[in-house]
Ligand binder design. Structure first.
Ligand code: HEM
Length: 404
C-alpha cells in the first residue's frame, strides 16, 4: 500500500501531500491508479473541469456585471443577455455549470459512500470533500444573490433570517451579516466579494487539500482492496499489464477520464444551448421588490433536501434539524463503525441504509419544492424524521456488521 517514502521533514511532507509531487510523478509516468474502478471514479475530474468552466465564464460575466442594487438586475438581464455579443453564452455556461456541478458532486459523494471510500485512512479525503461541499454551497448561495431578482432578494432574506436562531432572537447577528436591517447595497457588496474572491480562493485551496489527501492512500477501488502499489507498478513496468492491479495515471487512466469528461461536455453544452431555463428560476426574472414577498419561497434544487428538513418543524426544532442535516455527513467516517471497506452490496444492512438514505433525500428534494400544505407537508415530515432516524441507526447497523 505504501508506495510513498515516509516524510522526514516538513518540506518532504508538503511535497508529498500537495499536488507538486503528484504533478512530477504524473509527468514522469510514475503515478499509479487502481485498475478495478469504473466510470464513477471520473466524477472528481468532471467536477474539476466544471469548476474551471465556472471560473472562466465568471471572469467574463464580471466584465459587465454591476454590483449595485439599482443596476445589477439590468446589467445581467439586459446588458449581458441582450447587448454584449455572446454575453448570453457566458451566462448560460455559468448558470448551467452552477446547477450541474451539484448533481456531479452528489454523485461523487454517494459513490464514496457506496464504496466505503471514507474509511481506512481515507478520512481526510472525505473531510476535505465535505469542506468543499459546504464552501461550494456558500459560493452558489452568494452567486444567486447577485442578479438581484425576486428570488435572490427573498432567498437572501430567508436564509440570513435563520441566523437569528429562532426564539433566541439574535437579530444583531442577522444585521451584522447583512450590514443593514434588510438585504440592501451593503449586503450585495459583501456577497459579491464572497462570490468572486474569498470563496473561489477557499475552494481552490480546498481542492489542493483534497488532492493532497488523495496522495496517500490513493483512491479506493471497487472491492475495497489494499493494493501494494510499488509491487503492482513493477509488474506493470515489466510488461505484465494484465496481471498488475494498477494502471499508469498518464496516459492510461487520463485517456479514460478524458473520454468521460468529453461525454459530460456533450451533455453539458446540450443543456447550455437548448435547456438553459432548467437552471434558472422564472421568479428570478422579476427584479427584487422588498415590498412584494413571492407567494412561495424556495432555494435552488440542490438545497431543497436540507430546506425540507427545516420546514416541517416549529422554528426552534426546525433549526436544530437543519443544523444536524448540514453537519452530519462530516461525521460519516466516525459513525460507520465497520472497518469493512467493501462496496455496499457486500455489506448486508448497510446496503439497505444506503438506498434508504438516497431515496429519502430524493423525496425530501421533491417535497421541498412543493408548498408545505396537506399531504405534502406530512410526507415531508416523515422523510425528515426518516433522515434523522437513519443517521441515528447507522452506528448500530455497522457495529452489527463488524460482529458478523
Ligand atoms: C470541488 C469539488 C471536488 C473536486 C474537484 C473533487 C475531486 C476529486 C478527484 C479528482 C478525486 C479522485 C478521482 C475520483 O474518485 O473521482 C476525488 C476523490 C474523492 N473525493 Fe472528491 N472532489 C470534490 C468534492 C468532493 C466532495 C464534496 C466529497 C464528499 C464529501 C468528496 C469525496 C471524495 C472521496 C471520498 C474520494 C476518494 C474516492 C476513492 O477513494 O475512491 N469529494 N475527488
Amino acid at each position: 500500500m505504501a508506495h510513498f517514502t515516509k516524510a522526514t521533514s516538513i518540506h518532504d511532507w508538503l511535497n508529498q501531500r500537495l499536488a507538486i509531487d503528484t504533478v512530477r510523478r504524473v509527468m514522469a509516468k510514475e503515478y499509479w491508479v487502481p485498475k478495478n474502478i469504473n466510470f464513477l471514479w471520473a466524477m472528481g475530474m468532471v467536477i474539476a473541469v466544471t469548476f474551471g468552466l465556472l471560473l472562466i465564464s465568471g471572469i467574463f460575466l464580471m466584465m459587465y456585471y454591476q454590483p449595485n442594487i439599482k443596476l445589477a438586475f439590468d446589467s445581467v438581464n439586459y446588458t449581458i443577455m441582450k447587448e454584449v455579443e455572446f454575453g448570453w453564452l457566458w451566462r448560460h455556461i455559468h448558470g448551467v455549470a452552477a446547477s450541474v456541478v451539484f448533481l456531479i458532486i452528489y454523485i461523487h459523494m454517494f459513490t464514496g459512500i457506496y464504496y466505503g471510500s471514507y474509511k481506512k485512512g481515507r478520512e481526510m479525503i472525505w473531510l476535505s470533500g465535505m469542506l468543499l461541499f459546504v464552501t461550494f454551497s456558500a459560493e452558489a448561495f452568494a452567486g444567486y444573490v447577485l442578479p438581484w431578482g425576486q428570488m435572490s432578494y427573498w432567498a437572501g432574506m430567508v436564509i440570513t433570517n435563520l441566523f437569528s436562531l429562532g426564539d433566541l432572537h439574535m437579530n444583531g447577528i442577522v444585521e451584522w451579516i447583512r450590514g443593514d436591517y434588510v438585504p440592501s447595497q451593503a449586503f450585495l457588496n459583501r456577497f459579491f466579494m464572497l462570490h468572486v474572491l474569498l470563496l473561489p480562493l477557499a475552494i481552490l485551496g480546498l481542492i489542493g487539500l483534497h488532492f493532497g489527501a488523495l496522495r496517500i492512500p490513493h483512491v479506493n477501488n471497487q472491492e475495497g482492496e489494499e493494493i501494494d502499489f510499488e509491487a503492482e507498478a513493477e509488474k506493470y513496468k515489466e510488461g505484465n499489464k494484465k496481471e498488475s492491479k494498477v494502471i499508469a495515471f498518464a496516459n492510461d487512466f487520463l485517456s479514460k477520464d478524458l473520454f468521460i469528461v468529453s461525454l459530460f461536455l456533450i451533455f453539458f453544452f446540450y443543456l447550455v444551448f437548448y435547456h438553459y431555463e432548467f437552471a434558472m428560476d422564472p421568479v428570478n426574472f422579476d427584479p427584487a421588490d422588498p415590498l412584494k414577498t413571492p407567494p412561495h419561497i424556495y432555494p435552488e434544487w440542490y438545497f431543497l433536501w436540507s430546506y425540507e428538513i427545516l420546514r416541517p418543524f416549529s422554528i426552534n426544532i426546525g433549526l436544530i434539524a437543519f443544523g444536524f442535516a448540514q453537519v452530519i455527513f462530516f461525521f460519516l467516517p466516525f459513525l460507520d463503525k465497520s472497518p469493512n471497506a467493501k462496496p455496499a452490496h457486500k455489506r448486508g444492512l448497510f446496503f439497505v441504509w444506503f438506498w434508504a438514505m438516497l431515496i429519502d433525500m430524493i423525496i425530501l428534494t421533491a417535497m421541498g419544492k412543493l408548498p408545505p400544505e396537506g399531504i405534502f407537508s406530512k410526507i415531508g415530515l416523515v422523510a425528515a424524521l426518516t433522515f434523522i432516524g437513519l443517521w441515528i441507526a447507522l452506528p448500530f447497523i455497522t457495529k452489527k456488521e463488524k460482529e458478523l
